[in-house]
Design a protein around this ligand. Structure first.
Ligand code: ADP
Ligand code: ZN
Length: 348
């Protein structure tokens, strides 16, 4: 008997069958193997060759630099070689790069084929695989091209995490801490009482944490699928995060961590976010090995500023910024650019 934990996530256009704690092999019962094509990256293909035995496979290069249209074109060419059609089912098995490309290609191939995800990084499990946003970067512009379409199946097999490099664990925890900041003070406290290493060594604890985060993201997204309100909170730390990620070539989670520190400082200055809670935020990020400072020079600061003012969230001389009232309580507020600029005259 397989110990699986099935949930249904209901969105306007689609119901997603989500299987927590389910072995990858159970996929065989969910889809027709002959008509299914697995998309994964070269690292996962090598590490898990045994699991993929007998499945149709398309393997892409690993890394964010390959999350580009040319990789989507390559996958489409391979789908044609495999004679994929409207009856085919595409499964993305991997981190956010793989799930984003798989969901995007599946959504446009023959104007849409069925698809599902098996996320294998923490970031993909708690963030990228949920919410329906799939796509590619266009050069340095992150996620500029894409679709919003939910998968039919989400399968969580935590045994993939056994091979996940520590730096990818750290990156994933940035999004977990983000969820705690905007929605769940209880989880924030629980994270303070634990360490990254406790979660790495305790599968049950990690499974509960992943599920709690999936449900937070699902609730935020399903209450505001079209991003008019609450869904914007998921961008906490990301406005500045995205700007410094590109300029300093930082891993996403590292950039978001620094972005959250700056957003915390702005919250303390303009939104009555208490300085003691602000210190708890930096302490928690440090505890999970995430950076809280960026040694940067004048030209870097100028470049970050130039990207920031191009952000979609700017309108005129104000910018909609995600701030905290308290830990566990995020809010979207317009901030004057002049005010924001003050935070760029000192070290982050
Ligand atoms: P993200 O989920 O952070 O967007 P990527 O899709 O870029 O990440 O994956 C990050 C890296 O981790 C890639 O090099 C990928 O091949 C690797 N990876 C993904 N899942 C696993 C895993 N379960 N075990 C080992 N390496 C993995
Ligand atoms: Zn993110």
């Amino acid at each position: 008997m397989i110990n699986m934990d099935k949930h249904q996530f209901k969105y306007a256009a689609k119901t997603v069958d989500c299987y927590f704690e389910t072995p990858f092999s159970f996929l065989d019962e969910l889809v027709d193997k002959a008509k299914t094509i697995i998309i994964t990256d070269e690292n996962i293909a090598k590490l898990y060759a045994d699991k993929f035995d007998g499945w149709n496979m398309i393997t892409i290069k690993a890394g964010e630099e390959h999350k580009q249209q040319f990789t989507a074109d390559y996958v489409i060419g391979e789908l044609i070689n495999l004679k994929a059609d409207k009856q085919s089912f595409i499964i993305g098995v991997g981190g956010g790069v793989v799930t984003d490309i798989a969901g995007y290609v599946a959504s446009v191939y023959m104007r849409g084929t069925r698809f599902g995800f098996v996320p294998t990084t923490i970031l993909a499990m708690v963030d990228a695989a949920i919410g329906g946003k799939n796509g590619v970067d266009a050069g340095v512009y992150k996620n500029l091209i894409g679709v919003i379409k939910h998968p039919e199946i989400l399968l969580y097999d935590y045994s993939f995490l056994e091979t996940l490099p520590k730096e990818e664990w750290i990156n994933g925890f940035a999004e977990i801490i983000k969820h705690a900041c905007i929605k769940d003070s209880g989880m924030f406290k629980m994270l303070e009482e634990n360490t990254l290493e406790t979660f790495q060594n305790d599968k049950e604890k990690m499974a509960l944490l992943v599920k709690r985060n999936v449900l937070i993201k699902y609730n935020v997204v399903s209450n505001d699928e079209f991003e008019n309100g609450d869904r914007k909170l998921l961008n906490f730390g990301h406005t500045i995060g995205h700007a410094i990620e590109n300029i300093y070539a930082l891993p996403h989670g590292n950039a978001v961590s620094i972005g959250m520190v700056v957003a915390g400082n702005i919250s303390a200055a303009v939104n009555n976010f208490s300085s003691s809670e602000n210190s708890r935020l930096s302490a928690l990020l440090n505890k999970y090995h995430l950076p809280t400072t960026l040694p940067y020079d004048e030209s870097g600061s100028e470049a970050v500023w130039n990207i920031l003012i191009m952000d979609k969230k700017r309108s005129g001389d104000t910018m909609n910024f995600i701030l905290l009232n308290k830990i566990g309580d995020g809010i979207v507020k317009p901030i004057l650019l002049q005010q924001l600029k003050l935070f760029f005259n000192k070290d982050l």
